[in-house]
Write a protein that binds this ligand. Structure first.
Ligand code: NAD
Length: 544
């Protein structure tokens, strides 16, 4: 027997952020877990159809701030593993789609509470070790944002199901929110553990089954996320985690007839490649695959002469250098009136030079290392490019040290060239380029920054003058999907500032909101007529 009820998903509240200050008992338990995981050399198999699998060979994951330290061994899958993952997703699809929404949401709500409680230290410690996040950066990402994604999505999905058509008294019209016909491919980036928590589960919540490919450098943390979901009761085959060569995985997945959607976060370049492959295969699919991608950014801060310069300086330092500038939302270009920059320049230089950086296990550090040797080389060569350029000067930082870890000092560059390369390209590192603009040229500068880079992710205006705020908001209407007034352009919170951008920054489907969940359903409209007509003729046809 089944019994019905209109169940209400609990209204979410944001998970409180723990401070981990000296004397806080959470600090000690987290440090203990960090020490355990440092020496554990954790094994990270794939998870396919509920089975743990070791593929063709193994790879190791090193800690970015101690690159000699192997923290995990992961499975390098073969084509057979990737095909098995697709088959497992397709096999699990029918039963999962037939599971009620409340039961699917209950899995996520239980996972959120497991992560908030017994798993919190593990997920944070794994993120600190694998992605070189400080305790605060790990806490706001791996623990808090993942929890918020799971709780808010459960709530938003329920709201979506409540979107129903009108009725005219002759029939009952209903919308059924079906999962997509096929499987969803979720691909997550290295820089946020919580994105790995969100991408596969948002689709799964709406009844889809998923092949999930996390970024290799996140595999330690993502392995534990999968364990949490297993413990929360996610059935085998609903999310199948694979690892190994991204291009080989893509090759199997993107040409599969049953590919029904891609939930991607990562670089613009990789998303372009996926879109092109889907385009080439378009005749081959059962259904048009939904393409959802949140991609790169070249996020800006623009100051008006009326700005509070202390607030501006703080926003620039936090916005550009927290997590080594490796947030898609990180401030990487700033436009500041020349008169204001004159004073701000030396204050910035002093504060930036004093930023403590090193092993994130030492809680006094504000910054850790960049993700790997390739990122290190890319950032150091961008700094060298600026050093050699006649139109640029290094104001702070400009150094690196790769002996123990991939450490790039937070770097501030100023340029006199509004088309300077580093004002346009995404670097994804701790490098902020400042263009001091001629005093009184605020409105021209807004136009300039709008056309300088192809991205449209985040941006901020600092001003006290209301007219300046309104003008910036109007001129920059398409320059950022997340626009900040007197705040840094990073730190969007699930449920409070839905996140995503347009232009080359993505499809702007706002992660952690109802707008994103819509993409993972294919609604069916049902009209049930109470008393159907029994004569095909209309009254206008009657004889006069
Ligand atoms: P990336 O594009 O190198 O990798 C992202 C994921 O794609 C990884 O799992 C990777 O293995 C996989 N991948 C790589 N090549 C692939 C291929 N050919 N086919 C399929 N998958 C492939 O990005 P990254 O270095 O991990 O992350 C940094 C990028 O992500 C930056 O550009 C950043 O702006 C962006 N990002 C955007 C947002 C957002 O919300 N807009 C959030 C976080 C990160």
């Amino acid at each position: 027997m089944t019994a019905d009820g209109h169940f209400k998903v609990p209204t979410p509240v944001n998970e409180p952020v723990r401070a981990y200050a000296p004397g806080d008992p959470h600090r000690e338990s987290l440090k203990a877990r960090l020490a355990e995981l440092t020496d554990a050399r954790t094994e990270v198999p794939m998870q396919i159809g509920g089975e743990r699998r070791w593929g063709a060979s193994r790879g190791d994951i090193r800690s970015p701030h101690r690159h000699e330290l192997t923290i995990a061994e992961y499975a390098v899958g073969s084509d057979k593993d990737f095909n098995d993952a697709i088959d497992a997703a397709l096999k699990a699809r029918r039963a999962w789609a037939a599971t009620s929404y409340q039961e699917r949401a209950a899995v996520l709500l239980r996972a959120a509470s497991l992560l908030a409680g017994p798993w919190r230290d593990t997920i944070n410690a794994a993120t600190m070790l694998g992605q070189s996040k400080t305790v605060h950066q790990a806490e706001i990402d791996a623990a808090v944002e993942s929890i918020d994604f799971w709780r808010y999505n459960a709530y938003f999905g329920d709201q979506l199901l409540g979107q129903q058509p009108f009725n005219d008294g002759t029939a009952w019209n209903r919308l059924e929110y079906r999962p997509l016909e096929g499987f969803v491919f979720a691909v997550s980036p290295f820089n946020f553990t919580s994105i790995g928590a969100n991408l596969p589960t948002a689709a799964a919540l709406m009844g889809n089954t998923v092949v999930f490919k996390p970024a290799t450098q996140t595999l330690l943390a993502t392995h534990f996320l999968m364990e949490i979901l297993n413990e929360a009761g996610l059935p085998p085959g609903v999310i199948n985690m694979v690892s190994g060569s991204a291009s080989k995985i893509s090759e199997q997945v993107l040409r599969h007839k049953e590919l029904a959607g891609i939930h991607f976060t990562g670089s613009t370049e990789v998303f372009h490649g996926m879109w092109q492959t889907v385009g080439q295969n378009i005749d081959h699919y059962r259904t048009y695959p939904r393409l959802v991608g949140e991609t790169g950014g070249k996020d800006f801060v623009v100051a008006h002469e009326s700005a509070d310069s202390d607030a501006l300086r703080t926003a620039l330092i936090r916005g550009a250098f927290e997590y080594q500038g490796q947030k898609c939302s990180a401030a990487s270009r700033a436009y500041i009136p020349q008169a204001m920059w004159k004073q701000l320049r030396s204050e910035m230089a002093e504060e930036v030079e004093a930023i403590p950086q090193g092993d994130v296990a030492d809680f006094r550090n504000f910054m850790g290392a960049v993700i790997n040797g390739d990122a290190y080389s890319k950032h150091m060569s961008a700094i060298e490019f600026a050093r050699k350029s006649e139109s640029a000067k290094i104001v702070a930082g400009g150094k690196g040290d790769d002996k123990v870890g991939w450490f790039v000092r937070p770097t501030v560059i100023e340029t006199t060239d509004p088309d300077f390369r580093l004002l346009k390209e995404e670097l994804f590192g701790p490098i902020l380029t400042v263009y001091p603009y001629a005093d009184g040229k605020f409105e021209d500068t807004l136009e300039l920054l709008d056309r300088t880079s192809p991205y449209g992710l985040t941006g901020a205006i600092f001003a006290r003058d209301r007219h300046a705020i309104r003008k910036a908001s109007e001129t920059l209407v398409n320059a950022a999907g997340n626009f900040y007034i007197n705040d840094k352009p990073t730190g969007a919170v699930v449920g409070l500032q839905p996140f995503g951008g347009g232009r080359a920054s993505g499809t702007n489907d706002k992660a952690g909101s109802i707008l994103n969940l819509i993409r993972w359903t294919s609604p069916r409209t049902i009209k049930e007529t109470y008393v159907p007509p029994t004569d095909h003729r209309y009254p206008y046809m009657d004889a006069e």
